[in-house]
Design a protein around this ligand. Sequence first.
Ligand code: MSP
Length: 538
Amino acid sequence: MVATGTENQSGKAFYVTTPIYYVNDAPHLGHAYTTVAGDVLTRWRRQRGEQVWFLTGTDEHGQKVLRTAEAKGVTPQEWCDKLVEEAWKPLWRHLEIANDDFIRTTEKRHTDRVREFVQDLYDKGEIYKGGYQGPYCVGCEEYKLPGELIAGEGEYTGKQLCPIHKRPVEILKEENYFFKLSEYGDKLLAHYEANPGFIQPESARNEVVSFVRQGLQDLSISRSTFDWGVPIPWDDEHVIYVWVDALLNYATAVGYNQNQDKFDASFPADVHLLGKDILRFHAVIWPALLMANGLRLPGRIVANGWLLVGGEKMSKSNLTGISPRDITSHFGVDAFRWYLLRAIAYGQDGSFSWEDLAARYTSELANDYGNLASRVAAMVGKYFDGVLPEASADGDAEKAIHDGLAKAVADADRKIGDDVEFQAGLQAIFDFVKQVNGYISEQEPWKVAKDDSPEGRARLATILYTAAESLRAVAVLLNPFMPASSQRLWESLGAEPALGPLAGQRVQDAGEWGRLPAGATVTKGAILFPRLEDKPTA
Ligand code: MSP
């Protein structure tokens, strides 16, 4: 991993952000994907013992939200309040998202600071008034370049469409204020060059570099045809372009121009997580705005690919949006949090399907992992009255497990905590689960149990201790992904102290063998992941 800029800055929290989402509708699976990723990264780094600040929120200004509210016959503020309180915040609570703050761009703590930021740019000569005419996509809230558009078909024959939303663009002609973005191309390229890890994955970095190399146009940063936004401080005929308003949330939420101590303790973000649809805003416009105002640049911009349903980017506008609650009601919150990060390489596009989810749930969670946990607990119950025995006869097979765990911990910690590659990290953890299953099948403790000799008992004790101690480590490693089931497993193993970052259960120490004390009370708690046919249907 190439860390850029911010990590290890003393006294500064590791600062993670998600995009702030448009509140034109309720959240769908695509929004939950990035938010869960941010939560897992946050929990992982917290469980390393680090201080982390995790921010999410909502983007409430602009035409997209305004038009939705108008169509519903309410004010945009009423619409936003309702959706934030009834849909967005409750979903994040339901999905156990451990964000430290939730910023709304209609809050005064944000709007006042946005005006100050833009005024500063104006005072520095970074903004001028000019005219612009071009194709605009309200879905993206962005002027498009004519070369990017695609020709419409069917009902849209003869029209030019946005390549992302597949809806006709509108030709907008406005007198606007412009930010001198075109002057930042060389500085941005120099920054990408000096910080190869700034944009992740590689494909995203390449796309941004070639986009900037083509030359940047100045950015229209105000709108005068509607008023749902933050007024330009020196000209209240204009509101600030929703993307400038939105990007600034990453600064305003942590005390920009308001609370210097807090700002210094968090800003800039170490990791901005976002979908590749909004990569350029984050990797081009955002750093240019920061440079223009003399602020430090973020550490990394990490783009996720698109979740596809039937080959299309999942979204409400093409009616492929799937509600996360439809999934959690059947599979549970933990499996939901695990699935997308497990099934899709972070940064690549990937298809969601119910069949794939059910198949992976059954093979990996219910069979490999859940079943291992219940078998081990049942055998400790049956052969040792639920008291974890001591391992006194470690041999090559046990040594292989110790080594396998050490490797899983090192790989998972690097992949998840450093590289933000959840799939590879989970692969390392579940490879280890498979290894422990293989160990049990080979050692056949149920046969060893028939041997009542002291050697036989010692062997049986060693096998079951090895399996239980392996599960203890797995509970630590999976805790950031699946907090509820990890906790249940932890309790069933009689492990102490509490699971989590505060009690010394650091992820990087999970491989330290022998943390589970012999004598612990092992109970066969509730099944971790019930078989699907055994689950009550939603
Ligand atoms: N409001 C802007 C972001 C401003 S950030 C300063 C916005 N909002 S959005 O509601 O459209 O959310 C976009 C984000 O949601 C994507 O960047 C991505 O993180 C997530 N996703 C939405 N649909 C998605 C998929 N189908 N697949 C993957 N991620 C998706 O853009």
